[in-house]
Design a protein around this ligand. Structure first.
Ligand SMILES: O=C(O)CCC(=O)C(=O)O
Length: 262
């Protein structure tokens, strides 16, 4: 199990914008997270669903994802995105593992409080899934750019079931800095695809990858019987605020959420 990031791994991260660090959860913890994710979708988890942002992969009667809004949208495994999982005991315990705290300390400095912008489930349900266009993970709504996302595969991720594709080294610059989110214009996408070789990030269940937030990435749809579930957390400086002055939930350091708060 990965408990420490080596100097070589950090070098790989800074040079390429990503690094694989292996499995962080024990096999039992991984099985519990997988089960918990299904329980959350099926409405069986004892948590406050009014705090959880839930988006269906297909809005009933339409061929496009449903709205992203708080609350349960029905007992189904056909969710696309579920956010605010720091309010779930299993996912909070996982995202607060010491190895993740050490990674944040390396990126933001020792003793810096850390908040999470998104503790997010991303799913490509079996034979479903929505194409995600090339983008960098940045938001001009925030007064600081988050630098690191930690991505955990909950199922094996393959090209066939819609794994994330990345463009190594693309984290060195912001492509479209004036854009409100990291999504790119079609012109930028055509240019990127013509001039680079995207790399499929195939992962084993439980495998963890550190992603620099500016690394270009996209993902496909699921052509298989195997769901492609993943848990992705964007960790940022704890003092980051939105344009409207709101702060975000702290997960490490002063004011950090604890299991007792849930
Ligand atoms: O899991 C995916 O398909 C995409 C995830 C993503 O864009 C992210 O974690 O920032």
């Amino acid at each position: 199990m990965a408990k420490h990031i080596t100097a070589e791994q950090w070098e790989h991260f800074w040079e390429n914008g990503y690094v694989r660090i292996g499995q962080v959860a024990s096999d039992n913890e991984l099985a519990a997270l997988q089960q918990r994710m299904d329980d959350i979708m099926l409405g069986k988890a004892p948590l406050d669903y009014d705090k959880i942002m839930m988006q269906l992969d297909r809005e009933p009667g339409k061929n496009s994802p449903g709205p992203q809004s708080r609350g349960h949208k029905g007992a189904t495994l056909l969710y696309r995105k579920i956010q605010n999982l720091e309010f779930d005991a299993y996912f909070l315990a996982y995202l607060q593992k010491p190895v993740f705290r050490d990674i944040c300390a390396k990126i933001y400095g020792d003793d810096t409080p850390i908040a999470c912008f998104r503790a997010m489930f991303m799913n490509k349900p079996a034979h479903e899934g929505t194409y995600l266009v090339w983008h960098q993970d940045r938001w001009t709504d925030l007064n600081r750019d988050p630098q690191i996302t930690i991505y955990t595969a909950l199922d094996p991720a393959t090209v066939a079931n819609g794994c994330v594709h990345i463009i190594p080294k693309s984290h060195s610059s912001l492509i479209n800095p004036s854009h409100g989110s990291g999504f790119l214009s079609q012109e930028h996408i055509d240019d990127i695809v013509a001039n680079s070789t995207p790399k499929p990030m195939e992962l084993a269940a439980g495998e963890v990858v550190l992603l620099h937030n500016w690394l270009l990435h996209s993902s496909g749809t699921n052509q298989t019987d195997i769901p492609r579930r993943a848990f992705s957390v964007c960790y940022m400086h704890g003092e980051t605020q939105s344009r409207h002055g709101s702060a975000f939930n702290r997960v490490f350091g002063e004011g950090a959420l604890s299991l007792a708060d849930l």
